[in-house]
Design a protein around this ligand. Structure first.
Ligand code: AMP
Length: 281
């Protein structure tokens, strides 16, 4: 596996691969890798001749400086995992390498960015847009792999690709969970033993809504789920939303032809957890 730190070096390598007609699959990450990330790399390996990944904790997408500071950085643990998964090239730039000059670009993601993560993390998706566009420019991928764990991000990236007229195909990948239902996340490393034990409550409340879907009004289902989290001494919930899974707009009908999804964000101590689940199939 090649480890590349600079944009110039990577651009050169990509040009070389492209001139050989190689198809490139790309998996962007912020590191502190787990099986969720690896599932993306494995899928990319099954569909492309060359797989590239990036490990970059993107300061532009953190609205909370403490979250950025405390974000786990575990490169020595990550690189062997990528290599074992079959990754060919990993790009590990510094913030200065990615952003030698201040970036002013402002995207308009329309209604997608005014709900949930967009609302609770101002500037987050603009920062995601900037880094993803820049990484796509460098890697020139044929396909790029994104987890449904960050479902809203996945739709934002699809919108970005459309807006910028890029030819990359975005491949959604299912959420990988621990055996007790907790969605794998780099931030889970920051949970205490006790917090970790209680963290699957998010999964349980989503599952309960799924099991009772159609039986009670959507608003009641949302309120009950929110209250269950609020009543737990372990959680401070930010939102529980049930949305059309294409537009991400909240709905009060269980019968959305485009499909429904439940989304949850909650603080557990200083760790912010998000998760979602399809309510349709
Ligand atoms: P991150 O390092 O958190 O920016 O995540 C990098 C990519 O991995 C994103 O596309 C995430 O959606 C995806 N990802 C993170 N956790 C999971 C998971 N538990 N299952 C599937 N994909 C995930």
């Amino acid at each position: 596996m090649e480890i590349i730190h600079t944009r110039n070096q990577l651009t050169e390598r990509v040009l070389e691969l492209k001139s050989q007609g190689k198809r490139i699959g790309f998996v962007p990450t912020m590191g502190a890798l787990h099986q969720g990330h690896i599932s993306l790399v494995e899928k990319a390996c099954s569909e492309n001749e060359i797989v590239g990944s990036s490990i970059f904790v993107n300061p532009l997408q953190f609205n909370n400086p403490q979250d950025l500071e405390k974000y786990p950085r575990t490169l020595d643990h990550d690189l062997p995992m990528l290599e074992a998964a079959g990754c060919h090239i990993v790009f590990t730039p510094t913030p200065l390498e990615m952003y030698p000059e201040p970036v002013k670009k402002q995207y308009d993601f329309g209604e997608l960015e005014h709900v949930m993560e967009g609302r609770y993390r101002p500037g987050h998706f603009n920062g995601v847009g900037i880094v993803v566009e820049r990484l796509f420019d460098i890697f020139q991928p044929d396909k790029a792999y994104f987890g449904e764990k960050d479902y809203q991000q996945l739709l934002i990236v699809k919108s970005l690709v459309k807006q910028c007229g890029m030819s990359v195909e975005i491949i959604p990948c299912p959420i990988i969970r621990e055996s007790d239902g907790l969605a794998m996340s780099s931030r889970n490393r920051r949970l205490s033993v006790d917090q970790r034990q209680h963290a699957p409550l998010i999964y349980q409340v989503m599952k309960q809504v799924r099991e009772r879907r159609g039986d009670i009004p959507i608003n009641t289902a949302k309120e009950q789920a929110f209250k269950t989290l609020q009543d737990s001494p372990w959680f401070d919930p930010e939102y529980v939303e049930i949305c059309n899974q294409k537009t991400l707009q909240p709905t009060d009908s269980w019968e959305e032809p485009e499909g429904l999804r439940i989304f949850v964000a909650a603080q557990m101590g200083s760790v912010r957890l998000i998760d979602n689940m399809s309510l349709s199939s």
